[in-house]
Design a protein around this ligand. Structure first.
Ligand code: PEP
Ligand code: MG
Length: 894
């Protein structure tokens, strides 16, 4: 396999399909050359080299590749590397398979030293020293490791010089100033890394390429990969390319633009540029750039050329593009194009618009939106009238760019470290002058981001949009003093920890807490989900325990309830007393007396659920948790309960002690409770049956489904199925009704149940995989305690995913596969569902789809995302391997 892939006017080696080898940036550079875009020539060192950086022969291979590549660029540009009169300068940039903005390193303006700069400046003036000082800064940082997170001596020297000259931006520094600055930078390097000075241009180039490969393993890149589930072994490619200069003169500039608005999805080219600046000045957010539209009047021909390029690229790549460009002395160059990151709202709108414009098919549109993004659309927003009222009340503090939509409330934190700490206690908003790659964890921990500088393509804006955090950037009007923990807006002084509300949809920041409201399904999202339903094979049901949740789930498109955790109904204040009375009962008659109080409450709940889900399956699970969970904890709480029940505190205390278990999760819970206390299950069966008949009479008939939790043996299931049937028959007979149609099935939460699936299916008409418990019991890993150490497993790569979030395909998945196979060999039409947390996770849904499941069930807010994920699972397999859509089954679908 070659070590270089060239791209230029005369020759191009790769194309857009070669992302694995060339990285996303590199693959698209080669593709752009193929379609004749104005791209500076260059070459790509592929990801295969990243994998061998530690091997002895690496340096030699790297040099060999660079030598060959340099010859190519020299021929294309007709310039020579390190030439004195008209030097070829080189940029070295990282580029992984998927974009990891700002996470890895870049070194620009390579191929220069003081002697070259002096000679070159005779022709180009200040550009020569501007390039040289930028080059020294990046080498000092990336290659020589001189800068620390909170200490950048180069930046300090620049700030000091600007202060001395009384100028706000570096464009105001003269040629002599920049030369002096470059000399100061040389001195900084000599002070700190005299072992590496002087560093000849060629060595600097080779070392920079090696540093770009190493930056794949920088801590921030690792943490980004963890958050975005990017595999460690992918590696980065390294793009080596001829420099063009946006900082050459006033007819030059750099910019970033999107072919559509990435925050709203509106089909207008959207972006910013800075005159007389290199690209990183725009992205860094240190100078606030101008909207692209300003170019229209300043340089109409260039503006038209840029819009044409945007159109060509969007049509060619058939998706929103995020484009970096440079204008060098009036000539436009495209430096990069990639799939643009977009807000959740924009993702949905753009997918639907592209279908309407005839550019993509509906099945492609379905693959363009991340299911987890859909959830964000349903997240809280600030209602128009609440925002207006707050403005009238004088609570509007700042206005800036609406960089990432949605709203958030929280305590303001001025550093990422503080944001991460405080987020443990409650929501925080990260407020910074600007953000950088080091803020990634802080941004993730925050409910919103506010910055003083930066435009809509600044780091803060791009990352916030990617993470789905609301953001308002470029709010110039505040003075931030992180060291004192204060922030000033006009006359008003705020302290770190004060509460603000941000509205990223409108670009507003308010003082105090404003009410946020949940958003719903509408317009394009509804359309997209209808397309999803057309191709889906798995049905999506909801885990809902209250009529309110059930109604919400139905509005979100759930096809029934896949799990009603009946215990949740007992935790309400007025019910917990009767529940505790039942648990404290000395004998069966006393227990039945307490249960009789619970019966009408349960019946009422079920009636509400049936009404909300009329016509659809409703799966009710018998009581599951250990009884100890319902009892008070602590002496004071025990005394209070004793008073409420009119018994001695000792009675309560003894009962608490009696129900205490060493391992409650493996103890007296699930169907085991009903084996010991059948009267509990009988009460529940009666309440279900009575509610069913009442609801049916009121025109709210449902498909009744009852499931038994934590089953290990066929006998357990048999005992409980008989008990439930008998009780339901009793209700029906006493009301003069015929037999109540009810499907009785088993949860599969224990390895034994999975292994014995063939026997269980003789009794169960369906299985519901409780993958929370099944993961716990398969791994022998407590679901309540694992969070404390699973992060170590993930950080060290011992586990690739948290198995409680993403189904473990190899282990837990194997048990599920086996259970489905054995179950269906006994009962071919056995319906199989999944109702653990994995039911709302895209990757887990795809796994369950492959195994031949019938439905997944997840919390109401995850239902829309799951509808999309089941469609993607159906579309994800090649046509020949897709399961044909089954005719809706009585239990699985309405
Ligand atoms: C499960 O174990 O996956 C399940 C759905 O039940 P619970 O989370 O209530 O234990
Ligand atoms: Mg469970």
């Amino acid at each position: 396999m070659p070590d270089i892939y060239r791209f230029g006017k005369s020759h191009t080696d790769g194309d857009a399909s070669m992302r694995e080898l060339l990285g996303g940036k590199g693959a698209n550079l080669t593709e752009m050359c193929r379609i004749g875009m104005p791209v500076p020539p260059g070459f790509i060192l592929p990801t295969t080299l990243c994998a061998i950086t530690a091997e002895p022969g690496f340096k030699k291979r790297l040099e060999g590749a660079i030598d060959e590549g340099l010859r190519f660029i020299e021929a294309e540009t007709k310039k020579k590397f390190a030439d004195k009169q008209d030097p070829l300068l080189i940029a070295v940039r990282s580029g992984a398979r998927v974009s990891m903005p700002g996470m890895m390193d870049t070194v620009l303006n390579l191929g220069i030293d003081l002697e070259i700069a002096d000679a070159w400046s005779q022709r180009v003036g200040r550009l020569a020293f501007d390039a040289y000082r930028r080059n020294l800064h990046m080498i000092g940082d990336v290659v020589l490791g001189i800068c620390a997170d909170d200490d950048d001596p180069f930046e300090r020297a620049l700030t000091e010089l600007k202060r001395q000259r009384g100028v706000a931006t570096d464009t105001k520094l003269s040629t002599e100033d920049l030369r002096a600055l470059a000399l100061r930078y040389e001195a900084i390097i000599v002070e700190r890394r005299s072992d590496r000075w002087p560093l000849p241009p060629y060595e600097a180039l080779v070392d920079s390429a090696a540093a770009v490969f190493s930056s794949w393993n920088a801590p921030r890149a690792r943490s980004y990969r963890r958050l975005h589930r990017i595999p460690e072994h992918w590696g980065t490619a390294c793009n080596v390319q001829a420099m063009v200069f946006g900082d050459r003169n006033e007819e030059s500039g750099s910019g970033v633009c999107f072919t559509r608005d990435p925050a709203t999805g509106e089909p207008v080219v959207y972006g910013e540029y800075l005159r007389n600046a290199q690209g990183e000045d725009v992205v860094a957010g240190t100078r606030t750039p101008y909207p692209i539209d300003d170019l229209r009047s300043e340089a109409p021909a260039l503006h038209r050329e840029l819009l044409d390029a945007c159109r060509t690229l969007e049509i060619h790549f058939r998706d929103l593009q995020d484009i970096e460009f440079t204008i060098d002395d009036g000539k436009l160059y495209i430096l990069q194009t990639r799939r643009g990151k977009r807000s959740a709202i924009a993702a949905v709108k753009i997918a639907c618009d592209l279908v309407r414009e005839g550019r993509i098919r509906t099945d492609e549109a379905l693959m363009r939106v991340e299911p987890a993004e859909v959830e964000k659309l349903l997240l809280p927003a600030l209602a128009e009238e609440d925002a207006e009222r707050a403005v009238r009340d004088g609570r509007a503090l700042l206005a800036g760019l609406a960089a990432s939509p949605g709203a958030g409330v929280g305590r303001i934190a001025f550093s990422s470290k503080r944001a991460v700490e405080w987020a443990q206690q409650g929501p925080v908003l990260l407020v910074r002058a600007e953000t950088s790659a080091d803020d990634i964890e802080g941004m993730h921990a925050s409910s919103g981001i506010v910055t003083r500088t930066g435009g809509s393509t600044s780091h803060a804006a791009v990352v916030a949009r990617g993470m789905g955090r609301p953001a308002v950037v470029g709010c110039d009007d505040f003075a931030l003093r992180p060291k004192d923990g204060t922030l000033q807006v006009g006359e008003r002084l705020f302290r770190e920890g004060d509460v603000w509300t941000i509205d990223g949809t409108r670009g507003r920041v308010f003082e105090g807490e404003l009410p946020l409201r949940p958003s719903g399904l509408a317009g394009d999202l509804e359309r997209l989900l209808e397309w999803a339903d057309e191709v889906a094979v798995l049905a999506v049901r909801a885990n809902a325990d209250t009529p309110g949740d059930a109604r919400q789930a139905r509005r979100f498109g759930a096809l029934g309830i896949g799990l009603c955790r009946t215990e949740h109904m007992f935790f309400k204040a007025e019910r917990i007393v009767a529940m505790r009375e039942m648990i404290l009962a000395e004998d069966r008659p006393a227990r039945e007396k307490a249960l009789a109080k619970l019966l009408p409450m349960q019946r009422e709940d079920f009636r509400g659920l049936f009404e909300a889900m009329a016509g659809l399956p409703v799966t009710i699970r018998l009581l599951d948790p250990p009884l100890h969970e319902f009892l008070p904890h602590g002496e004071q709480a025990e005394i209070e309960l004793a008073r409420e029940l009119g018994v001695e505190p000792r009675v309560v205390h003894d009962s608490v002690e009696r129900t205490r278990e060493q391992n409650p999760m493996l103890g007296h819970r699930g169907c085991r409770l009903a084996i010991s206390y059948p009267e509990i299950a009988r009460m529940q069966a009666r309440a279900i049956a009575e509610a069913y008949l009442d609801a049916k009479r009121a025109g709210h008939g449902v498909l009744l489904v009852v499931m038994v939790p934590l089953v290990a043996t066929r006998a357990e299931l048999e005992v409980l199925a008989e008990l439930v049937r008998a009780e339901m028959d009793d209700v029906a007979t006493s009301r003069g009704e015929g037999r109540i149609p009810c499907h009785i099935g088993s949860m599969i939460e224990l390895p034994r149940a999975a292994l014995q699936a063939g026997a269980l299916a003789e009794v169960a008409s369906f299985f519901s995989f409780g993958t929370n418990d099944l993961t716990q019991t398969t791994f022998g890993l407590s679901r309540d305690d694992a969070a404390g150490f699973i992060s170590d497993y993930l950080a060290q790569g011992v586990l690739e995913h948290d198995p409680f979030r993403q189904l473990d395909e190899e282990g837990v998945g194997e048990l599920i596969r086996l259970a489905i196979k054995r179950g269906r060999s006994t009962r071919p039409d056995l319906v199989c569902g999944l109702c653990g947390e994995h039911g709302g996770d895209k990757a887990s849904i795809a796994i369950f789809h492959k195994m031949g499941g019938d439905y997944v069930s997840c919390s109401p807010f995850r239902v829309p995302g799951a509808r999309l994920a089941v469609a993607q699972a159906a579309l994800g397999l090649p046509e020949s391997q897709r399961r044909s859509t089954r005719a809706p089954k009585s239990v699985s679908r309405s």
